[in-house]
Design a protein around this ligand. Sequence first.
Ligand code: PMP
Length: 301
Amino acid sequence: MSDQWIYLGDQFVKKEDAKISVYDHGFLYGDGVFEGIRVYDGNIFKMEDHMKRLYNSAKSILLTIPHTQEELTNIICEAVAKNNHKDAYIRVVISRGVGDLGLDPNKCKKANVVIIVEPLAIFPKHLYDTGLEIITVATRRNRPDVLSPQVKSLNYLNNVLVRIEAHLANVSEALMLNDQGYVAEGSADNVFIIKNGKLYTPPAYVGALEGITRNAIMEIARELNYEVYEEPFTRHDVYTAEEVFLTGTAAEVIAVIKVDGRVIGEGVPGEHTKTLLKGFREKVVQDGVKVYELQDNVNAV
Ligand code: PMP
């Protein structure tokens, strides 16, 4: 029996017992929303921003989360405390719940809430020193007027296809373009390029999720007196950038050193990327809000 507790429905169960119905519309249709959140040294980073994005995603698909934001925040804190991890990744999933085989969401009487807390599963540590090689792929980002990338829904099929294409090319991550050929984002992270010492990241309307790490990096960069622009850019801009990096809750800030075979800068993580990663790691410690008390025998990673 594992010692991992999962919040499922309205109670905590052991991982082995955390099972949901095959009639859950999250499983049948990808009908639901989710968040990935990070715990640093017992502090949940940007909890409010994650909650806001989760409730906005749910609102957008007319899904009623069966808790107030405050209640859900407390349950998430309880889940972290119960699993007793100091540094962790939290996955919050809200599915439409159990219905019949038809699409009709009205048949689903109650949304299903799942909270999983795990020690971190991120890129191998050495990749932060060496940087990542990535590619651009044929799979395009959903058009914002079709399925908004701002809705962090359980429909991640095009992101999954990006990963498949990346793995077929023997790299671990890739960039999607939008339907007009502008660079949108990675399968699970945002992208930044640096040109003439200035930062550029695609705006939301190009098809980028307004990532919480992305927003934190823009804030940190401005505090460090960088000029930061949300502007569309092309693959050519990426190939010829001085530095390229990806941001995400799991990945934090990770340098990209090759894109489609083009070496970026000197082919090693650049100074600006390193400065921003340092600033980010300082911020997660300074800005984190301690929202629960860990037990003494806390599981450190
Ligand atoms: N884009 C996509 C498609 C993602 O799934 C994620 C991960 N949530 C991100 C970007 C990065 O967003 P955040 O910094 O909020 O994790």
